[in-house]
Design a protein around this ligand. Structure first.
Ligand code: NAP
Ligand code: MG
Length: 402
């Protein structure tokens, strides 16, 4: 059988620990036998980041801008313990953060659903995709602990020399204070990424903030989304029969719980952080959560939502068998291949991505799965297998369809 050709490359970013092992298994067993894989390879493993003073991460981010599609393996974000473990020159920043700021992207997370694992919320039938604004607010805030009586003020000095000052609180006792910000440019990018992703995946878009209480801050988010929708996306949404719907965050929470799923829920930074954990847990497992970073100018980076699964890696190093779930990493690859296929009008490639995902789902539906999922299955007699066996079972099914 002739392998599927690719006219343009995908930016391939290798990573760390258990996911690095899985990365190679996926390529060897599920991709290379079928696709004449055209990738531009960047090793974002911690050692290589350290050797290149993290230049490699910046190069990878810029390569995604050039080629439009990337796929990334989970990577270690160093902390004090990793400094000693890897003898690092510096505590390098999170690669995801670096790439996100190069692409100015928004992260969309969606669960992979199978029939035998029922969401905790029983009326959820379709995936709920969370779009999280990954810039500013409390994540870039300035905070102070107030330890005595005194007045806290907000002071702004404009470039032109204008100033305004407002009392935040006249403290009669100790307390806390925080100042946070966001930028119109970032909010607009967020809005564009959400509307574009909604159109690309043909799903309606919900957006929620707390604008009744935050009459300027959250209201700005609401206004900018509405303006951008009206002027640039409304016609396309109507043509596709999609809805853009704004509501208060508390109303959104109630509606999400009562819904069937099948839409994108755009959230401010903090709301997205919290709600994506809630949604992924309610759907089943972090190991079944896919993630894609979409930039406002239409670049896509696919990855798994989970980390490098360190505990399993240490077992693997001791020669113990591991049953790490490769699903989210396989879907990162299928997502990237499908997007490459769409961009290049390469139907064979998009079909392959569909077949790969179907082979994964068929394997799970046959009751063959990794350990983490077995406990979640309500019916049938699931069989826990190790990672390699699971991938080989997927390959068996894939071979029958390509
Ligand atoms: P993690 O790698 O997501 O793993 C946490 C736990 O979740 C695991 O110990 C395992 O539980 C379970 N788990 C996660 N993925 C699984 C999978 N595919 N199959 C089976 N079980 C899975 O998070 P972490 O241990 O907090 O972080 C490890 C490293 O990953 C850190 O260095 C962190 O910086 C990095 N990280 C990277 C990314 C990224 O690159 N996107 C994201 C998050 C974290 P059991 O041990 O109970 O089996
Ligand atoms: Mg979180």
């Amino acid at each position: 059988m002739a392998k599927i050709r690719m006219a343009n490359p995908i930016v391939e970013m290798d990573g760390d620990e258990m996911t690095r092992i899985i990365w190679k298994l996926i390529k060897d067993e599920l991709l290379l036998p079928f696709v004449d894989l055209n990738t531009e390879y960047y090793d974002l493993g911690l050692q290589r980041r350290d050797e290149t003073l993290d230049r490699i991460t910046h190069e990878a981010g810029n390569a995604i801008k050039k080629h439009g599609v990337g796929v990334k393996c989970a990577t270690i974000t160093p902390n004090a313990q990793r400094m000693t473990e890897y003898n690092l020159k510096e505590m390098w920043k999170s690669p995801n953060g670096t790439i996100r700021s190069i692409l100015d992207g928004t992260v969309f997370r969606a669960p992979i659903l199978i029939d035998s694992i029922k969401p905790v919320v029983k009326n959820w039938k379709k995936p709920i995709t969370i779009a999280r604004h990954a810039y500013g607010d409390v994540y870039k805030a300035t905070e102070h602990r107030v330890t005595e009586k005194g007045k806290a003020e907000l002071l702004f000095t404009g470039e032109s020399g204008t100033q305004w000052r407002e009392t935040v609180y006249d403290f009669e006792c100790p307390g806390v204070i925080q100042g946070m910000f966001n930028k119109d440019s970032s909010i607009k990018s967020f809005a564009h990424a959400c509307f574009k992703y909604a159109i690309a995946t043909k799903q309606s878009l919900w957006f929620s903030t707390k604008d009744t209480i935050s009459k300027k801050y959250d209201h700005t988010f609401k206004e900018l989304f509405q303006q951008i929708y009206e002027t640039e996306y409304k016609a396309k949404f109507e043509e596709l029969g999609l809805e853009y719907f704004y509501t208060l965050i508390d109303d959104a929470v109630a509606r999400v719980i009562r819904s069937e799923g099948g839409y994108i829920w755009a959230c401010k930074n903090y709301d997205g952080d919290v709600m994506s954990d809630m949604v992924s847990t309610a759907f089943g497992s972090l190991a079944m959560m896919t993630s894609v970073l979409v930039s406002p100018d239409g670049n896509f980076e696919y990855e798994a939502a989970h980390g490098t699964v360190t505990k399993h890696y240490y077992k693997y190093l001791k020669g113990e068998e591991t049953s790490t779930n490769p699903m989210a990493t396989i879907y990162a690859w299928s997502g990237a291949l499908r997007k490459r296929g769409e961009m290049d009008n390469n139907k064979e490639l998009t079909d392959f991505a569909d077949k790969l995902e179907k082979a994964c789902i068929d394997t799970l539906n046959a009751g063959i799965m990794t350990k983490d999922l077995v406990g979640l299955v309500e019916e049938g007699n699931p069989q826990a297998v190790n990672t390699l066996t699971f991938i080989k079972e997927i390959r068996k099914r894939l071979e029958k369809t390509v």
